[in-house]
Design a protein around this ligand. Structure first.
Ligand code: TMP
Ligand code: ASP
Length: 236
């Protein structure tokens, strides 16, 4: 399957049409942004890591009852996916306090929760992705009640599967962001990506950050962190 016209360019990926109207090709870039595009840079090799890692994780999730958009990895950076209408919600699951949670509630990072939390943001760059609850999402007609229930169920399932998976690789899954899409028949599937751009990974032994926080916080060692987490996922 070949790339036809470009349908969309996001901050980290481009999306191309294919000869099949039900499928598109996602192409992962090395571009990195943070704080809604205020901070810009590149992370050499990130596109390859995120493409391959996201595909590996989505395959694992498919095997564990979570349907995804994934069809086939085409190359280091390109993947064939089902064309979906993205539900404009960023779905964030947390196991440990970090990032905006720690800031918003004035707590230190690293507090382990008894139960995972879930929250939604309205995926809207112009508004800076504001936090919203399910009543707001319904009022704004971003999704139906049934869709939100399905999304919550899948998001917690993703957490169960990935938390366990990463622990075996010596990595703590702190939190992550998911996006879901609708197939033409209305089925909800996991879309977008699961990568060090969209998850927080802390080394279980040392606490070292193996994710995009190294870029967001100017910590250095960004490329090495992406390489390291990818190495573990590949089983090397
Ligand atoms: P937060 O603590 O900044 O809200 O981030 C929670 C998780 O969501 C973290 O793993 C990083 C991820 N994330 C994204 O994937 N995209 C975003 O735009 C933001 C703000 C966070
Ligand atoms: N991807 C987001 C952006 O630039 C932010 C982030 O991941 O921190 O908007």
């Amino acid at each position: 399957m070949e790339k036809k016209e470009q349908l969309y360019e996001g901050k980290a990926k481009k999306v191309f049409a294919t000869e099949d109207p039900a499928l598109c090709i996602v192409s992962y870039k090395d571009d990195a942004t943070a704080f809604n595009g205020l901070k810009k840079g590149t992370i050499a090799g990130k596109g390859v890591v995120n493409n391959r890692m996201s595909n590996l994780l989505m395959r694992l999730l498919e095997q564990n009852g979570v349907p995804t958009h994934l069809v086939q990895e085409l190359s280091e950076r390109d993947t064939l996916v089902k064309k979906v209408q993205i539900v404009p919600l960023e779905v964030i699951v947390r196991n440990v306090s970090a990032g905006s949670f720690a800031k918003r509630y004035g707590v230190p990072e690293g507090i382990v929760f008894d139960e995972p939390t879930i929250e939604f943001s309205y995926k809207c760059d112009a508004l800076d992705d504001p936090l919203l609850n399910t009543y707001h999402a319904l009022a704004l007609k971003l999704a139906t009640k049934e869709e939100i229930a399905t999304i919550e169920r899948y998001a917690f399932r993703v957490n169960e599967v990935l938390k366990e998976y990463f622990l075996h690789l010596g990595v703590r899954l702190i939190d992550f962001k998911l996006e879901f899409g609708r197939l033409p028949d209305g089925t909800i599937v996991l879309a977008d990506e699961i990568s060090p751009d969209t998850c927080r990974f802390w080394d279980a032994e040392t606490g070292e950050k193996l994710d995009k926080d190294r870029f967001r916080r100017d910590m250095g060692g960004v490329e090495d962190a992406y390489r390291e987490i990818f190495k573990r996922v590949k089983g090397e």
